[in-house]
Design a protein around this ligand. Structure first.
Ligand code: ATP
Ligand code: MG
Length: 358
């Protein structure tokens, strides 16, 4: 169920341009992680290095007992089958219709018959809401549809690891919510290890188990969601709260005079906003790798900002959680497959945070 990726001391340069250096992190098996960073900090380069499309100057990318940068072409070909990748631009073949684009990995990597291929492709197209668009060319559909087609293609081989480069860019806020729910549901269903690159702060705050932040050629911090959301580290704090005040400027880094001017004007980074509850699968079941709300904070003696873990219905998930989990684990009529979430009647399990769509 999911495969761990362990990155050790990774450094990438293009000529004399250092993209990032000495990056070490673990993507725990079966967990959802988000990678953040200002534009141009090398997030897409990082994903391409994980799958061996780009070679780092130094360091290791362990996928099981295979070190990706050191694999022969044939071994790399085998290891890549573990990955489903949604590239930033969708990377669909312009001359192929959506059906053939999504079927491509199955025809390339498996010996499945066309009937079986059709079944799988249609199942994935339904999952991402593209049924009816099979015959369309990538140039004939919207950017959001291309993203979803790219995601369907990333899923056809039932990958152990899913990498998504900005799956939500160019999507409207409602579609972004649905996409986030889809990612969480997928993780609950197939247990894949997932890494998402995003600029959407709401996604970063509510979806993942872990967050990493690239800035100034370094991995500034990487760890459990609650650790970064409660962090006072200025770069982490500014980025995760989408603030203008802080070390990150328009062209990546503010200079000393800009920072001094901010200090003189009395700008302060303000109080940390509340930590939201984490999105649950739409069937309401807790994912195997999901931590109870507040677990990291308690274990590390950190008091969450006031108002944390309260959802849009005003329920406090720090209090609600034990009862919720107890009710869920005895079944209590919970559906086993993702389905529409309804408001509970008296005495029933409450709907999960984020699971109610207005
Ligand atoms: N194949 C390449 N050859 C040379 N330089 C490259 C190559 N690919 C990327 N770069 C450079 O690496 C840097 C990081 O690019 P990358 O696309 O990874 O940024 P990013 O963090 O994904 O940005 P964004 O958020 O805008 O997508 C950029 O300066 C880019 O020009
Ligand atoms: Mg990018």
């Amino acid at each position: 169920m999911g495969v761990e990726i362990r990155v050790e001391g990774l450094t990438k340069r293009f000529g004399r341009q250092v993209i990032w250096e000495d990056v070490s992190l673990t993507l725990p098996a079966g967990e959802i992680s988000v990678l953040l960073g200002p534009s141009g900090t090398g997030k897409s380069v990082f994903l391409k290095t994980l799958i061996g499309l780009l070679r780092p100057e130094r360091g290791h990318v362990w996928v099981g007992d295979q070190d990706v940068p050191r694999l022969s072409e044939s071994k790399l070909y085998e290891t890549r089958k573990l990955f489903g990748v949604l590239f930033q631009d969708g990377a669909l073949f312009g001359s192929m219709n959506l059906f053939d684009n999504i079927a491509f990995p199955l025809r390339e990597h498996t010996k499945k018959k066309e009937g079986e291929i059709k079944r799988i492709v249609m199942e994935k197209m339904e999952l991402v809401g593209l049924v009816g668009a099979e015959g369309k060319l990538p140039g004939e559909i919207s950017g959001g549809m291309r993203k979803r087609a790219g995601l369907a293609r990333a899923l056809v081989l039932d990958p152990e690891i899913i990498l998504c480069d900005e799956p939500d860019s160019g999507l409207d806020p409602v579609r972004t919510s649905y996409l986030n729910q889809l990612i969480v549901d997928l993780n609950a269903q197939i247990g894949a290890t997932i890494l998402i690159v995003t600029h959407d702060i709401n996604t970063a705050r509510t979806v993942p188990d872990n967050i990493g932040l690239l800035f100034r050629r370094q991995l500034v911090m990487c760890g459990p969601r609650e650790m970064l959301l409660s962090s006072e580290e200025p770069v982490v704090r500014q980025f995760l709260n989408a603030r203008r005040v802080g070390p990150i400027g328009m062209s990546e880094e503010k200079d000393v005079s800009e920072l001094e001017a901010e200090a003189k004007m009395g700008h302060d980074p303000g109080r940390l906003p509340p930590i939201p509850p984490q999105l649950l699968p739409s069937n309401g079941r807790v994912r195997p790798t999901q931590s109870p709300p507040g677990a990291w904070l308690r274990a590390n003696g950190v008091t969450p900002p006031a108002g944390s873990f309260i959802d849009e219905l005003g329920r406090n998930w720090l209090e609600e959680w034990p009862r919720y989990v107890a009710t869920m684990s005895v079944g209590a009529g919970a559906p086993t497959r993702p389905g529409p979430v309804t408001q509970p009647g008296p005495g029933k399990t409450p709907p999960p945070p984020g699971g109610v769509r207005a």
